[in-house]
Design a protein around this ligand. Sequence first.
Ligand code: MN
Length: 260
Amino acid sequence: MFKWPLDLARARILISNDDGVYAPGLKLLERIARQLSKDVWVVVPQIEQSAASHSLTLSRPLRIRKLSPRRYWLDGTPTDCVLLAIKNILKDHPPDLVLSGVNRGGNLGEDVTYSGTIAAAMEATLLGVPAIALSQYVVGNNRTKWQTAERHAPGLIRRLVEVTWPAGVVVNVNFPDVPADEVTGIEITRQGRRKVGDELQERLDPRGRPYYWIGSMRREELSRPGTDLAAVHQGAISVTPLYLDLTHAPTVKAFRKTWH
Ligand code: MN
């Protein structure tokens, strides 16, 4: 079970991500976490695992490599990283909080079901450790405004852990694609609509056989009120509490009416 209240200054913080060990968002999140606590550990995938979702590696062994004190990479998925970190590397003193990211690009709407960044946080949540996924939204080919996440994340994380969240809740934070001093505020949001896959290109390989690329074009609803997408498009930081029980309660009721 989650341990509340969380004393951040004494907390052990585990960092993971899905962009891999060389991602600029990882260095950034280490700087953010070190402002909160001195006890910061990093366990990340060796190579980028964006869109890995909540996958576990079951069909081959996993290797952990220690890069420096408290910093490791793993030749697996974000979920593997958090599982091995909590159950092996930090088993004698598990983390009090897991931070995942900072992802390059938003995790908004249906992105959350594909995201390795969110999956790392979900894995921590399932293991009883509160977790926050952090993403820096990028519109099109804009330069990533890392300073926006850097400036606003420490204060936001401090405020988030002042509230007790129930077990099973994972917090999804998206920073808007605006300069740090143009952020309009913090919006508590629900998951919006943003389905990837509208851009599916077929090309031919040198042998004349077709191959396919899934592009980044999405069908998205940018102005649906109260959603993560609307918040970041208004220049606000979006905070969405997600819940790992995916059951749709009204349909449970409706089905029971039909079958009982
Ligand atoms: Mn990613």
